[in-house]
Design a protein around this ligand. Sequence first.
Ligand code: ASP
Ligand code: MG
Length: 451
Amino acid sequence: MSQTNLIVAKFGGTSVADFDAMNRSADVVLTNRDVRLVVLSASAGVTNLLVTLAEGLEQQPRAYLLDEIRRIQYGIIDRLQQPDVIRDEIDRMLENITMLSEAAALATSTALTDELVSHGELMSSLLFVEILRERQVAAEWFDVRKVMRTSDRFGRAEPEIAILAELTTTQLKPRLQDAIIITQGFIGSEGKGRTTTLGRGGSDYTAALLGEALHAKQIDIWTDVPGIYTTDPRVVASAHRIDEITFEEAAEMATFGAKVLHPATLLPAVRSDIPVFVGSSKDPSAGGTLVCNKTQNPPLFRALALRRKQTLLTLHSLNMLHARGFLAEVFNILARHNISVDLITTSEVSVALTLDTTGSTSTGDSLLTQALLTELSSLCRVEVEENLALVALIGNKLSQACGVGKEVFGVLEPFNLRLICYGASSYNLCFLVPGNDAEQVVRALHHNLFE
Ligand code: ASP
Ligand code: MG
């Protein structure tokens, strides 16, 4: 099917945090007639509150968190011209949340958690429809679970692309003609109809998946920063915005810790070659970053990403010496524990690796369980180092260029580099440093390579 004129716009938690933020986002929606589908996060803070409730709290803290959620949503309702239209529906949601968090206090489960946290997006999208309607815009609320079919891996469900495409074509697409459709990011439903979630920050991913299913011409991600920066401006004040970046570079950045995009967002975009725009709903005129297939003059060094709280596992075994299948065994064990490996280096009798923590589940459990350690220990000696930080230098043709090593590591003389990965991808060079040095390392590199 050919591309349509449609744009899918996604607004993150801060863009729908309160009445004023929602109205700014409504302005953004209305400035471009091609925006027909709007995907929303929960109002800022609500998902965190719901996740905590899902952990099963005692009556008192539970009441406190419920009040907090009610306060955030009523802050919006109370400023509507006709709050009555929506109040009952939000009250019903709040009652559901109360019931489900009581159930969580008796017994927690990942399915219950997803059901509970889905209410954040359900409420924000209901309220946003009212904001648009009060501005005389034809807007319709749509329950994304009708089309967002996923696996039943609660907390981090995977979309079932073919079913999703079919459901979107039959259930959602026809509606886009008559009204702007407002729907939820992050949530989905598995085959039996139970609510699932795509993992924290998953609303970007929803927007990209729906954009792909609808053959959109662009996916707009509206957040609270005007685009993707050379590095986190909170760490390096002189970081600057990148106007255009390729899918590959942006994917590396997202994977290696730049918080602007959920790491999976770009998969559907790349698959279907749909450009992704990232901008700030607080200041839409400031422009943003366009992530697309090709950019002019791709630079050798593009950006620096930082990912904290990395765990390094070093596995030693004399059996590795001239042996075959040792790594296969290690990877088998990791796979059985649902862990994907991130960085890896090897020597004759040892292998060092970090665990991929991207898209952590709603429950935020640690990946490194005792069961995993026990199983690995039966095979080899295991050493665990925590509190490292991963610095990723993103660029183009890095592994083909000369002098990269000197330019990068020359500046890092005062620091301990615990592990280096270079050569597998021409888009990145990654290394681990002690957590406490991370910001200094990033500043030193940014100063030398980007200023
Ligand atoms: N509300 C969800 C979260 O906070 C999803 C999202 O914002 O993208 O993780
Ligand atoms: Mg978010």
